[in-house]
Design a binder for this molecule. Sequence first.
Ligand code: PLP
Length: 381
Amino acid sequence: MRKRKYETIAIHAGQDPDPTTGAVVTPIYATSTYAQEAPGKTVYEYSRTDNPTRTALQTALGELEGVGDGGGAVATASGMAAVALLGYLHKPGDHVVIPNDAYGGTYRFIARVLGEQGVEWTVVDQTDLVAVEKALRPETTWVLAETPTNPLLRVVDIAAIAGLAHAGGARLVVDNTFATSYLQQPLALGADMSLYSTTKYVGGHSDVVGGALVTDDAELLEQLRFYQNAAGPVPGPFDVYLTLRGLKTLAVRMDRHCANARTIAEFLTGHQAVGEVFFPGLESHPQHELAATQMADFGGMISFRTKAGPDVAEKVVARTELFFLAESLGGVESLIEVPALMTHMSVAGTDLEVPADLVRLSVGIEHVDDLIEDLDQALSG
Ligand SMILES: *Cc1c(COP(=O)(O)O)cnc(C)c1O
């Protein structure tokens, strides 16, 4: 049979009508335990181990990345819980390679939690493949890549890094939160695992926190499922329901996020109060060509520097009306923030420090004319 398309899989995979009632939406199975026919004779035993609402989300997330038999997804209570599950795959003496503008929380987990437990780590600029190769050691178990990166929207070559990691005996995990599997398919490009904060575009409505790991490696999936049950960082069925509802419209929302962001990036590039604009869709972006081959579109995130410095950046973000001044990203409503003062405080004074005058936009799906007018008045005020 012809493989179904992304939009169809998002709505149907793992989401057949409920067998007992015919409900077309997967029910919220609000139960901790399940009655068994005889001891052990049951599909579901206990909701930390498995829950049907969660199973539906995991099936859909796996199929969206084309995982074959044995592959799949594990859903977690947050994106950081997904990072933490990955942490359980490490033992003291292991080494990981992380990007120089990794998500701040990921950096904090690796430096302050895994690091305290004896896992070593090296921070590199992953747009520099020679530096990535040099950072690999015999004890390197994982390379973590993030693309596009946060907040500087750098793009790294997933296939090339997968090749380097594998040649060095390491595995590659790609944090695919910004692009989502709709725009970018890390496993098809050679990665061993994709990681998500589903809090962002997948959920898409800023009303739920969640995460996921997806792999097509049966042994890895087995390990992840073991740690998911052993450590217990699972999402509840209500949260999973919201995430699944968001997933159904991911493709149409993402198309609009991308179109709006392209128009806004061009507007900002021509604005007198704006310095450098960071957006992979601009031809001036250093990895524009790579982004155009590796991604189906360029995403909804833009960062820019204000010409007049950090004080002005702070004023601009306070003046927008439609762009809410808030952390997070990927929702239907537009958000604006100053990374150095908000999302990236934990990396101040480290290799991951970001410019103080940087402003980050999560472009929503409002009408682009209204968004541009809002930015224009904030920048000109
Ligand atoms: C938000 C985010 C995370 C962490 O996810 P939470 O759901 O907030 O725990 C990890 N990686 C990236 C790229 C993120 O944007």
